[in-house]
Write a protein that binds this ligand. Structure first.
Ligand code: SF4
Length: 264
């Protein structure tokens, strides 16, 4: 993997998530290269070959943070802060240390257990949150859709360790792929370790973008019987598949007293 310096741009960006005003992407591009990733549409490089980093990350970010009051900063919106090159480059670690030093906190979303390395900094922060994202019940299927991510079990173990260390945890069950993801089974796996679970279905807006041909190719090659069933569901939020799943999730949430954020 080639890691290059990106053109100068603000490191602190606005964030449109509820309760989060700002986000930071320590990397531009994502080695995990999930074939369904919505961020592929705006990719500046081929993520299988080149990832970008900010120059003078700490000094520039420090100046940008001086302009806003301390608050939780989201990390993991466009790229994974714990993609493999973080083990060597430590950009995310640098951001976290700076945030902690200035009284900020972090809300992290990742598909990697490397986040465990930084529990010492996260524990220092008030209200830090670590969430892992999962979507596949078996690792063979996961590898079809996510080229370079790690096993679901390792992500869940990271969540367990964070929670044990007193860090607030969450999970993003995303993307639910119709007839492939067993949502209920994954919820059972996550419930003991996640304070809350967000659930999102696979959402592809544009057939001419990069995600749909990728997903279509995977379905054709490995799940040919499902292709005709999955396609109409992915492109219609009103499809009976989603209606039924929503209803089942609401029942499950009430019956077991879970904190589910249902967005399917
Ligand atoms: S980990 Fe997230 S940002 Fe990275 S490729 Fe996968 S979906 Fe995209």
């Amino acid at each position: 993997m080639r890691v290059s310096v990106c053109s100068k741009r603000p490191i602190l960006e606005s964030c449109d998530l509820k309760d989060r005003d700002y986000q930071i992407d320590p990397y531009i591009g994502c080695e995990h290269y999930c074939y369904y990733c919505y961020a592929l549409e705006g990719a500046e490089t081929d993520w299988s070959e080149e990832i970008l980093v900010h120059e003078d990350l700490v000094d520039r970010l420090s100046a940008e943070l001086d302009g806003i009051p301390p608050q939780p900063i989201y990390m993991g919106y466009h790229t994974d802060p714990y993609q493999p090159c973080e083990a060597e480059y430590g950009q995310t670690r640098k951001v976290l240390e700076l945030l902690a030093e200035k009284g900020f906190s972090a809300s992290i979303l990742t598909k990697s257990d490397l986040v465990v390395r930084d529990m010492d900094v996260l524990k220092e922060m008030k209200d830090a949150v670590v969430s892992v994202s999962v979507a596949f019940n078996d690792n063979e299927t996961r590898k079809r859709f996510e080229a370079n991510t790690m096993d679901t079990e390792r992500r869940v173990e990271a969540l367990r360790l964070c929670r044990e260390a007193g860090i607030e945890t969450g999970s993003l069950l995303c993307p639910v792929i119709p007839y492939i993801t067993d949502t209920m089974q994954l919820i059972d796996l996550l419930v003991p370790h996640a304070d809350r679970i967000w659930i999102y279905g696979l959402s592809i807006m544009d057939r001419s973008g990069r995600s749909w041909p990728n997903v279509q190719e995977i379905l054709k090659s490995h799940f040919p019987d499902l292709l005709g069933r999955v396609e109409p569901v992915i492109f219609s939020r009103e499809h009976l598949f989603w209606t039924k799943l929503r209803e089942e999730l609401v029942v499950l949430e009430e019956k077991r007293g879970l904190d589910l954020r249902i967005h399917v």
